[in-house]
Design a protein around this ligand. Sequence first.
Ligand code: GUN
Length: 292
Amino acid sequence: MKILDGNKVATEIKNEIAQSVIRNLKLNKRPPHLAAILVGENGASETYVAAKVKACEKVGFVSSLIRFKENISQEKLLKKIEEINCNDDIDGLIVQLPLPKHINEIKITQSINPLKDVDGFHPINLGKMQLNLPTYISATPAGIVELLKRYNIETSGKHCVVVGRSNIVGLPISILMGKNNEIGNCTVTLTHSRTKNLKYITKQADILIVALGKSEFIDKSMIKEGVCIIDVGITRVKSDKTKSGWKLLGDVNFNSVKDSCSYITPVPGGVGPMTIAMLLQNTLKSANKEVY
Ligand code: GUN
């Protein structure tokens, strides 16, 4: 079994981005600028946004973190988004999800200028992805594709089984893996909570992508010998063995499958770090006007 080391690949990508920023500065171009909006005080969101801001600093981007109280009105939030949409000094805008219940996430996602939607959540960008037009692919699916590419994993003609159909991961990665691209050309099965005989299907996977958010759901009895496993899950559970009092678990029981698979992404250190690298890559794309 080989580990697909997301930390290592993400560091390589961030170094490439940092070099690109330096090249642009020499051409008198300003550094890329990412704005992030954070509403309320959700612990996980705080951690994710802090990691994004820190990553921006590391590669030489400018970042702006805009915080609002939990009770901000939808109208006020929309107004701020519109202001950023029109600000030529800002290349990318993300609104960290989830949002409080009184705010309509779909409305917010659709209010972001598609040319600044570096999360790739806007319907226009999802449509462009389907048609292979220049766009921003959401960070997690883009990170999975990049990881497979950099480890030279053959995907053409393989059976890819995706577990979970979320708009952010399961659905877009199932589309990407079936496309006629360098990473793609798979026969894809998208499974979800209503799938019957899930184990029968996961056992047929040459590439198994698991993104359902149930810790250690997949074990040895559900896989085929030699499968390549991409574990997207990150569930925080209490632990008395770590300093923080928390540990992260994937959707795959690592110890159970480790001797049966060909490749696997660890949790932490697999898909997670890749997502931040891809968000930076999307922001650089925006600054370089590669999406239009
Ligand atoms: N919440 C969980 N993942 C994401 C993400 O990739 N982008 C945003 N904006 N919110 C999230």
